[in-house]
Design a binder for this molecule. Structure first.
Ligand code: CTP
Length: 402
């Protein structure tokens, strides 16, 4: 997975020799998981065929206001296209198209879509070196930047004219890297760091048995994805769980026992902006772990348990600790227990789950929470999917830290 995955991208291609590179760019974007719709200007059709680009983009290529190939003469609605896109890339952008983008001279579908698009627009100029240096071109670069458009600078090198200099369109890989970096930087939590614990812990009795609980790690995973989708770098410390965590901003570390989770948290906790402890940590572990399978003999078996370290409380006691979110799972006197827990563990926010609420807690895809802050305020939320609960929690964290 990468930053382009699932993105809806309009690729505008204008009439210059570099139009051939738009085929490679289309392929890279599709390979990266984006949905790509290509719009050609009439002049671009002399350089690259709609068939090539529709095959590579897996979508019909558009180049006029009406769809000539369609019996119904369907109108290609520039407003809908502009609203559909998460981002628009115009590559190559010729001097002619850029000047029309600046002045609002809307004489083809691409320019109509450009001027109605609400998404970020990137343009990759391509032209001969003297055109690139011409004052009208540089003035247009500045004007487009002042409209909020992102320019992907041209490179130096051999040009189609045979001359050498600045004006070569950036290579498709460079365009991918430029846009990818910008997309990351535009995310609201870009540069923020968050550590999350999730899932159950397993406390070994012997090589084949353990003490554990029913946690699946779904809530922690939803939190990790919500943060990562907003650009935060997430360290996810996960007890035994089969939930998939693949995301380019999530670094997952698998652990088994509470002690291992404790050690891993303390190895990574420094310099975190937020820490969210959603793991269902076993409070006790067997005093000893047998090297060999415990054999059945007497009618009863007594296992001595010793207390595990409380990971959340240990971070709550740190001097320079991150903004701290804990969970509390209660079965009775929920609010009273949760307030006491929040105080004892020194959390900034405590997320209370009551086992009395249907659809809350372990294994379900939904959750019902009450948020408790340091001042003793409690906000009750309705039953929601774990993804939406994660959004509510992260919205609250952001509200309280920015
Ligand atoms: N927690 C932790 N380390 C532990 C136990 C709990 O980090 N050894 C964290 C959990 O991840 C959760 C919070 O503490 O964020 C509360 O967990 P919970 O099981 O509700 O509370 P306990 O402290 O274990 O208290 P009790 O079981 O007595 O209710």
């Amino acid at each position: 997975m990468n930053i382009f995955s699932g993105k809806k991208i309009l690729l505008g291609v204008t009439g210059g020799i570099a139009a051939y590179k738009s085929t490679f760019l289309t392929r890279l974007l599709v390979k990266a998981g984006a949905s790509v719709r290509v719009i050609l200007t009439p002049a671009a059709r002399d350089f690259v065929t709609p068939l090539t680009l529709s095959t590579l983009s897996k979508n019909p290529v558009l180049s006029s206001f009406t769809n000539e190939d369609d019996d119904n003469d369907l109108w290609n609605n520039h407003v809908d296209l502009g609203l559909w896109a998460d981002l628009m890339i115009i590559a190559p952008a010729t001097a002619n198209t850029m000047s029309k983008m600046v002045t609002g001279n809307i004489d083809n579908l691409l320019l109509a879509v450009y001027s109605s698009a609400k998404c970020p627009v990137y343009f990759a100029p391509a032209m001969d070196l003297d055109m690139y240096k011409h004052p009208s071109t540089t003035a247009n670069f500045e004007k487009l930047a002042s409209y909020g458009n992102y320019m992907i600078p041209a490179g130096d090198g051999e040009l189609a004219s045979g001359l050498s200099g600045k004006g070569r369109m950036a290579e498709p890989e460079e365009i991918m890297s430029f846009v990818g970096k910008q997309l990351e930087q535009d995310l609201p939590l870009f540069g923020k760091k968050c550590l999350i614990t999730a899932g159950p812990t397993h406390e070994s009795l012997d090589p084949v048995r353990f003490i554990g609980n029913h946690s699946t790690g779904k809530m922690g995973m939803a939190l990790a994805h919500n943060l990562a989708n907003r650009g935060a770098q997430v360290i996810l410390i996960m007890g035994p769980s089969s939930v998939n965590s693949e995301h380019y901003f999530i670094h997952r570390i698998d652990v088994t026992s509470a002690q291992e989770m404790y050690d891993t948290v303390h190895k990574h906790i420094a310099h975190q902006d937020y820490a969210i402890f959603s793991a269902a940590v076993a409070d006790y572990r067997p005093a000893t772990t047998a090297d060999q399978k415990i054999k059945k003999s007497a009618d009863t078996l007594t296992i001595e348990l010793v207390k595990n370290p409380d990971i959340l409380a240990s971070v709550g006691a740190m001097e320079n600790r991150p903004f701290l979110v804990g969970f509390a799972l209660e079965t009775e006197n929920e609010l009273e227990h949760a307030f006491a827990k929040a105080k004892k563990k020194n959390t900034d926010l405590l997320i209370l789950n009551s086992m009395k609420d249907k659809g809350a807690g372990f294994g379900t895809d939904t959750n019902k929470i009450t948020m408790i802050d340091r001042l003793g305020n409690a906000e009750v939320f309705p039953l929601k999917s774990k993804e939406l609960v994660a959004k509510d929690i992260i919205d609250e964290v952001i509200k309280r830290t920015q």
